[in-house]
Design a protein around this ligand. Sequence first.
Ligand code: TZP
Ligand code: MG
Length: 223
Amino acid sequence: MSGRISPEMMRQHLQMYLVVGSVNCLAEPSRVVQEALAGGTTMIQFREKGHGALTGVPMFELARQLQNLCRHAGIPFIVNDDVELALELDADGVHIGQDDESADSVRARIGNRILGVSAHTIEEARRAILQGADYLGVGPIYPTISKDDAQAVQGPAILHEMRKARIDVPIVGIGGITIERVEEVVGAGADGIAVISAVTQAERIRAAAAELKHKVLLSIKHS
Ligand code: TZP
Ligand code: MG
């Protein structure tokens, strides 16, 4: 890619953003990702965290496998936290939280790759943008079962507040998002949804991803 990703492109990739690691999967992670891609997932974040998470070579091999699936599907593959891994794989981007290396330092290391930053307040959002974020991850919007150290639940109001404060960069809502909540999240100002359990714990993964994406697209049209 030449130059930074455009906000328009970024918004499209945020529509149905699957965050996934082996810990989240009931079935084989590559199978889960294949199904999610077949359902129209627009971007994937490799987040190998939590109890029983892979490390070392098995972690690297899984990352490479999922990256290859994303390549075939033509969607970006983003690595959570681990800048080294992202560079080694030549991933499409990195997502960092507020407790990780600072956004400007990550930006300097990853060049024009996609940079996502988690932001919980308007101040964090403004700083992330100044430091080179391409998109913001905002949440947890609702209670989540997928992150042990999640911050306080924000509700969709935080999205409204950020938009009211003229934060107009691409934003994805995250945390406890289910099909019933998509309209509220997008209506509050998000460009899309980032989910773990709504897809990985679904009985029919492909259908779950497809239905979530469909609902996002409908909600964007109406908001
Ligand atoms: N960051 C904030 S909430 C969350 C992350 C990684 C977990 C989202 O998972 P789920 O299952 O969609 O609530
Ligand atoms: Mg992090």
